[in-house]
Design a protein around this ligand. Structure first.
Ligand code: BES
Ligand code: MN
Ligand code: ZN
Length: 499
């Protein structure tokens, strides 16, 4: 695997080697306290490159020989609005992109127009780590010429800040958060022949070393619990289903937990209602919702969050086989609701029906948030820029919207209502697993889920467009984004943790 950069924080002491990164303000204003030669070189590069200090714009130059430095990279921080949390993350990513091939770098923040505080400096560190992520496990030859090569690079980045102890303390939880994001990305990037349901469950089980309590339900146990909606999806697959439960008990004893539930379809062929061949490979990512839940739980444990949290993921493969369920089959969910399976490709909601019902019944959570790559229709509606948010609770929905804006993992609220609910009334059973043709496809899927939440405050995030395949940005260059981990970590941190 690629090496990740080492991030450290130190009191400002001007470096005598390596790459120097300086933050510039409006009109390219450079911080005070740069040695004359360095300042002169940076200014010259700035005026030649028409550098105006605009946020995240960069200019670089060879350092003067007497400085001992290799290169000077100037990064702008100016703009209409002051830098927010996501901007600092982007800044870190932008810097990391400029450090290809370097082994030592110093980020000089002292005297900058927008000098980062401890938490902001720490966020630069997280941005560096997220940008450096690469899934190259199966490349026998690592980076190609001209690619950002982090394969055998060992890079140490020192962020020079006025209060290094405070920055270090602020970085610790963000480092754990970064681990959670990387875990989620890894799980989504892994192909389905490697990340089978049982392999996935084993990886979750291994997280017990982080302090999470793990429990794994096998097929027999799920049959005893009458989870026939979930089990039906799994019938066509040679690898058996698993329901994995992760518990983090960092809050007050006896306090009701917050709960996160994820769709973990390790591969979605569509089943008998088979998908077209083009692009079907992307369905290895159909467990993106579950990966976010696993990554989040990893992050909460890693940073010793003061909260009681439950993560539940339903792991199945939706395969084609003589044993697979057929269109028209009727299954009874754990809740007792009967479901006509009119399209075997609408399988995610069947998995979540039992996972959600089980979660609320067993854990009586304060709320449930589920994540699922549930519908292609949400990509039609929102593209890759927002996840769809559906909720029966305005307070929870508003908190998620705010967390989305802060982290850049944006969500957009979509409607629910009786008229949409009518669209899933069944002909031969209580409900059917599809709506009417293509209209309101993401909403009817959400209505289906709502049938299984039993009035618990609940939000459903349809992450089909955001968990994978979104355009690269400053802090993500990977197919799998890890979407949801930072969003939900923010939700927990802001509203549900004891301080
Ligand atoms: N996993 C898919 C949704 C999906 C599509 C995720 C594209 C990521 C990218 C889901 O199981 C599915 O097949 N949904 C169907 C529902 C339909 C049959 C009602 C869809 O969206 O077409
Ligand atoms: Mn499907
Ligand atoms: Zn699916």
């Amino acid at each position: 695997m690629s090496h990740l950069p080492t991030i450290q924080f130190a009191a400002p002491q001007f470096p005598a080697s390596g790459v120097l990164v300086v933050l510039a303000g409006k009109d390219g204003a450079l911080p005070a306290g740069l040695p004359d030669g360095v300042r002169g070189a940076a200014e010259r590069a700035g005026s030649l490159g028409k550098f105006k200090g605009k946020g995240l714009s960069t200019v670089e130059t060879i350092a003067p020989a007497e400085s001992g430095l290799d290169r000077i990279v100037v990064v702008g921080t100016a703009g209409e609005e002051p830098f927010g949390e996501e901007d600092w993350l982007k800044l870190g990513g932008t810097i990391q992109a400029k450090l290809a091939g370097a082994s030592v770098a110093t980020i000089w923040t002292e005297g900058a127009a927008a000098a980062p505080q401890a938490r902001e400096a720490a966020t630069i560190g997280l941005g560096i780590l997220l940008r450096a992520y690469k899934f190259d496990r199966y490349k026998s030859k690592k980076a190609k010429d001209g690619e950002e090569d982090t394969a055998d690079q060992t890079l140490t980045v020192t962020i020079a800040v006025a209060e290094p102890d405070a920055a270090r303390a602020a970085f610790e939880p963000l480092d754990a958060l970064g681990e959670g994001v990387r875990l989620a990305r890894d799980l989504v990037n892994e192909p389905a022949n490697i990340l089978t349901t049982t392999d996935y469950a084993a990886r979750i089980e291994a997280l017990s070393s982080t302090g999470l309590e793990i429990e794994i339900l096998d097929e027999n146990r799920m049959r005893e619990l009458k989870m026939f909606a979930l089990l039906g999806v799994s019938l066509g697959s040679p690898t058996p289903p698993r329901l994995c439960i992760m518990r983090w008990n960092g809050g007050a004893e006896g306090e009701a937990p917050v709960a996160f539930v994820g769709k973990g379809v390790v591969f979605d062929t569509g089943g008998v209602s088979i998908k077209p061949a083009a692009g079907m490979d992307e369905m290895k990512g159909d467990m993106g919702g579950s990966a976010a839940v696993v990554g989040l739980m990893r992050a909460l444990a890693g940073r010793q969050a003061k909260v009681n949290a439950i993560g539940v993921v339903g792991l199945v493969e939706n395969a084609v086989d003589g044993m697979a369920q057929r269109p028209g089959d009727i299954v009874t969910a754990m809740s007792g609701t009967t479901i006509e399976v009119l399209n075997t490709d609408a399988e995610g909601r069947l998995v979540l029906a039992d996972a959600l019902w089980y979660t609320q019944e067993r854990f009586k959570p304060r709320f449930m948030v589920n994540l699922a790559t549930l519908t292609g229709a949400i990509i039609v509606a929102l593209g890759n820029q927002h996840a769809g948010l559906f909720s029966n609770n305005d307070e929870l929905a508003n908190r998620l919207l705010a967390a989305g804006l802060a982290t850049g993992e944006k969500v957009w609220r979509m409607p629910l209502g009786k008229d949409y609910d009518k669209m899933i009334e069944g002909k031969f059973a209580d409900i059917k697993n599809v709506g009417n043709g293509r209209s309101a496809g993401s909403i009817t899927a959400a209505q289906f889920l709502q049938r299984f939440v039993n009035d618990v405050p609940w939000a459903h995030l349809d992450v089909a467009g955001t968990a994978m395949g979104s355009p690269s940005n400053e802090y993500n260059q990977s197919w799998a984004s890890g979407f949801g981990v930072r969003l939900l970590n923010k939700l927990v941190e802001e509203h549900y943790e004891a301080r």
